[in-house]
Design a protein around this ligand. Structure first.
Ligand code: NDP
Length: 452
């Protein structure tokens, strides 16, 4: 049977665009892609990229104070949100153009439309057209989840935060994951009075206890009003903002409330279950190690599969899909030992097992140091950083590396290579320190602080 295309990709985010471009440009496949919103997807339009630019913007308030401590005469000034937002929106427009061009230059036909799956080889576009393809790739990503309680519709999510008309004076952020903590730090740094509610006992559940404990301490120290064991019960619009009643009985008024309460795969009303694609918990597309769904001609990559929801992972899954399907080289994706960073202030960089998870698996030694870094300490700040290695007693391999420090994201990328290669504690020790740096502590920790 002749199909219109070899591959039809649904979703123009990081994973979908990479798969389409490589399948067309390198494997010579005839490829089409449909995107209902903006090209670039969550990472470029509503996530990593605008977030990181806001992290940079918010960091300057502290830098300006530090510069004074280093002897610079600084003019006092405020943050001009409309000026920044204008530049940010122009940058996102530019990036959308880059993504469109990548597809065009590789010969991928694009449709600015929503696509639904009709059968194992057919999609229907919101324009009414139907297209057939030998393979369909689902790369629709995810979407913020909103809790359900009276007044919940008054809150925004991370989708809207980049486009606010004006910066709120007072904001409540609900949640304790990556997005909640990153935005609490960003807004606090921009001068917004920031309150954060997290329902659990400590933010950043699942990360190393000591590392997340320090991030939480530093966030409070920097002025974030963090309430643990607290959630929202009810919200109401009032004259001067949004009235919020909390589970601990307190009542507050904020100008904005932002939910950062998790994300769910974009799989509703896509026709997937009707054609035999299996959906798991929370609507995630179930796939095997080659990203193949229960329907052999349909594959899925990225957040829509809810495996590890990070852009570089979606890109790898896209590349592995092309290797497997279009280059005759079956390639599973390695989801083990993925380094990542949380862009809080200070940042957290992490790879491998937390101390708590490692302890469940085998006997370990923990090497850890926490100190005031030179640059901030000289400026009179009390900030502390943390460098931690979790080491297997038996194999001596570094099972986990956790860093809380300015630029921890940059550091963990490099430490991650060693950990991924299976480096032992002694390999770290054989490496000469780069002095004076913060990360030199990773190679100079002589004795374990504890064994377990
Ligand atoms: P997370 O799953 O990380 O966090 C969701 C948070 O919301 C948790 O603290 C959760 O609490 C809380 N929560 C869930 N439901 C409710 C509710 N009904 N009421 C109150 N609180 C609730 O999701 P995020 O949205 O922060 O991020 C989504 C994903 O995006 C991440 O998992 C990550 O993969 C990716 N991401 C990565 C970044 C990076 O690499 N720097 C940055 C941003 C996102 P509890 O812990 O109790 O479940």
């Amino acid at each position: 049977m002749a199909f219109d295309y070899d591959l039809f990709v649904i979703g123009g985010g990081s994973g979908g665009v990479r798969a389409a471009r490589v399948a067309a440009g390198e494997a010579g496949a005839k490829v089409a892609l449909a995107e209902e919103d903006r090209y670039g997807g969550t990472c470029v339009q509503r996530g990593c990229v605008p977030k990181k630019l806001m992290v940079f913007a918010s960091g300057y308030s502290e830098m300006a104070r530090d510069a004074q401590a280093y002897g610079w005469t600084m003019m006092a000034g405020g943050f001009d949100w409309p000026a920044f937002r204008g530049k940010l929106e122009a940058e996102l427009d530019r990036l959308e153009g880059v993504y469109r061009n990548i597809l065009k230059n590789n010969g991928v036909e694009t449709f600015d439309a929503r696509a639904r799956v009709v059968d194992a080889h057919t999609v229907e576009l919101s324009t009414g057209e139907r297209k057939t393809a030998k393979h369909i790739l689902l790369a629709m990503g995810g979407w913020p989840v909103r809790p359900d309680f009276p007044g919940a519709e008054l809150a925004i999510t991370s989708n809207e935060i980049f486009h606010l008309e004006e910066l709120p004076k007072r904001i409540l952020i609900v949640g304790g994951g990556y997005i909640a903590c990153e935005f609490a730090c960003i807004l606090n740094g921009l001068g917004v009075e920031t309150t954060q509610f997290y329902r659990g006992a400590q933010i950043l559940r699942g990360f190393d206890d000591e590392a997340r404990g320090l991030v939480s301490e530093e966030m409070i120290q920097n002025g974030i009003d963090l309430h643990l064991g607290t959630n929202v019960l009810e919200m109401k619009k009032v004259d001067d903002g949004i009235w919020v009643k909390a589970t601990n009985g307190t009542e507050h008024v904020f100008d904005q409330v932002m939910f950062a309460t998790g994300r769910a795969p974009n799989t509703s009303d896509m026709g997937l279950e009707e054609v035999g694609v299996k959906l798991g918990r929370g609507g995630a597309v179930e796939v095997d190690e080659y990203s193949q769904t229960a329907v052999p001609s349909i594959y899925a990559i990225g957040d829509v599969t809810n495996r590890v929801n990070l852009t570089p992972v979606a890109i790898r899954e896209g590349m592995a899909f092309v290797e497997t399907v279009f280059k005759g080289n079956p390639t599973p994706v390695d989801h083990d030992l993925i380094p990542s960073a949380i862009f809080t202030q200070p940042e957290m960089g992490t790879i491998g097992l937390s101390e708590e998870a490692a302890r469940e698996r085998e006997e370990i030694e923990v090497y850890c140091t926490s100190f005031k870094p030179m640059q901030q300490s000289f400026a009179g700040r009390t900030d502390r950083v943390l460098m931690k290695l979790v080491v297997s007693k038996e194999s001596r391999k570094v099972l986990g590396c956790h860093i809380v420090a300015p630029q921890a994201g940059e550091m963990i990328q490099l430490a991650g290579i060693a950990v991924k290669m299976g480096a032992t504690k002694e390999d770290f020790d054989r490496t000469v320190a780069v002095h004076p740096t913060m990360s030199e502590e990773l190679v100079t920790m002589r004795s374990p602080v504890r064994s377990a």
